[in-house]
Write a protein that binds this ligand. Structure first.
Ligand code: FDM
Length: 215
């Protein structure tokens, strides 16, 4: 008797401004899924471990200057270089939990207000990437994140800029988005996150089709 193909994993993306607690919530969610027997891994974008990621890291930590279009392309390339591995993992049944993805790419660049780097243009560069099954948007005001420890160390951690990023995120919102108020305790936020993530993971394991970004 032929064995049924292994169901694919879910692509769960966490998005939000700097210092909103995404990384903490991503890792807690992965641990929870694993404890339920779900094969899950966490990735971060930018992936600073590659040579493209090292160039991005130098830019973010103000050790280099780059044209806005160039740094945008590097962020895109940093995702494209991981595309094959993402598709392989998802097809093999692993759920990927991403700390930022293309939505950050589009929102942060669009927030710069450079006319030739519009939201539509930025989106068009990444249509070959898989769509998220769920975007967990950790929402918090730019002022509230600015009050958090370590704020201001990296290039984009400025209140006025972060407020424009929030606005740009608002324009990317679609039916796959779930907004979570990021201002509560870690455990309370985790319960809200789990309540939106778990049904999507279950649905995906039951055969939901993997889409393409922005379709
Ligand atoms: N960022 C992140 C972008 O500008 N474009 C992107 O495509 C991505 C993935 O880089 F300020 C910005 C968002 C943030 C910084 O910070 C990365 P973290 O702390 O590694 O998430």
């Amino acid at each position: 008797m032929a064995t049924a193909p292994r169901p694919r994993g879910a692509l769960i993306v966490f998005e939000g401004g700097d210092r909103c607690g995404k990384t903490t919530q991503c890792s807690k969610m992965v641990e929870r899924l694993k404890s339920q027997g779900v094969d899950a891994v966490m990735w971060r974008f930018p992936d600073r471990s590659t040579s493209i990621g090292a160039a991005i890291n130098a830019y973010l930590s103000n050790q280099s200057q780059l044209d806005d279009a160039v740094i945008h392309m590097l962020f895109v390339a940093n995702r494209l270089e991981k595309r094959d591995e993402m598709l392989r993992l998802l097809a093999g049944g692993t759920t990927l939990v991403l700390d930022r993805y293309s939505y950050s790419g589009v929102a942060y660049t669009a927030a710069k207000g450079v006319p030739h780097l519009s939201i539509d243009y930025c989106k068009s560069l990444e249509v070959v990437l898989p769509a998220a099954d769920l975007v967990v948007h950790m929402s918090m005001s730019a002022e509230a994140t600015a009050a958090r420890g370590g704020y201001g160390e990296e290039r984009y951690e400025k209140v006025e800029f972060q407020a424009r990023v929030m606005e740009a995120f608002g324009q990317l919102r679609d039916e796959r988005w779930a907004a979570i108020d990021a201002a509560g305790t870690i455990d309370a936020i985790h319960e809200q996150v789990a309540a939106v993530v778990e049904p999507v993971v279950r649905r995906t394991l039951q055969g939901a089709v993997l889409g393409r970004l922005w379709d």
